[in-house]
Design a protein around this ligand. Structure first.
Ligand SMILES: Cc1cc2nc3c(=O)[nH]c(=O)nc-3n(C[C@H](O)[C@H](O)[C@H](O)COP(=O)(O)O)c2cc1C
Length: 195
């Protein structure tokens, strides 16, 4: 393949062809809670259990992850487009109404498919992002009342389905987040006590 000079727009359009799930990464440090919508999540290792997220320099979430040395990754359910939008705007206030603080202080998105609670194991600075590698210390499963019918086989179609990011829409703009409507919009959004 010929070597070409590539613009950042072309690069974004190209990598946007790779469909991913959508997560929110949240952490809390001296400046308070921070969270961002993020699709650069991947599992890395089974022994130990490691995941990776890529956090842009200058983001409040990166500062909170580095400061607290821990973070939670909530994998959004396909009906959680609103939550994805709420955490995708740099400089916007932390969208507390979507967040639950558990007994151990982890910040997880209400109604997410699952959440991985991670201690920061390593940070690799590269380009304009830091790769934060987290050791998974706990996992939250979806609320059984909402998401897990007793018979998993026969009710498979009703299982929570992750939000997905498709094709050209991956421009770090909220339009890229697609979620079905059968689970409704984020029924929790705005109706729960703030964290
Ligand atoms: C679908 C989607 C995926 C995103 N993925 C990332 C990502 O992987 N890494 C990143 O740094 N920003 C990503 N962003 C942008 C951040 O969500 C956005 O910059 C956020 O407002 C940063 O918040 P903060 O500065 O409060 O931490 C993504 C945005 C969207 C809509």
């Amino acid at each position: 393949m010929a070597s070409v000079s590539v613009s950042s727009d072309a690069f974004r359009r190209c990598v946007g062809e790779f469909a991913t799930g959508v997560t929110v990464v949240a952490a809390e440090h001296d400046d308070g809670p921070a969270g961002m919508t993020l699709n650069s999540f991947t599992s890395v290792s089974l022994q130990p259990l490691l995941v990776l997220v890529s956090l842009g320099h200058g983001s409040r979430t990166l500062a909170a992850v580095r400061g607290s040395e821990r973070f939670a990754v909530s994998i959004l359910e396909r009906g959680q487009r609103d939550a994805a939008i709420a955490f995708a705007t740099r400089g916007a206030p932390f969208a507390r109404s979507y967040v639950r603080r558990d007994d151990d202080g982890w910040l997880v998105i209400r109604g997410a498919v699952t959440a991985l609670k991670c201690e920061l194991a390593d940070v690799v600075r590269t380009g304009d992002h830091d790769l934060a590698i987290g050791r998974v210390v706990a996992i939250d499963h979806a609320d059984p009342l909402e998401h897990h019918p007793a018979d998993r086989v026969h009710h498979a179609a009703r299982h929570p389905r992750p939000a997905a990011l498709f094709g050209r829409a991956c421009d770090h703009g909220a339009v890229g987040v697609r979620g079905g409507s059968e689970h409704g919009e984020v029924e929790d959004g705005g109706s729960h006590a703030a964290i």
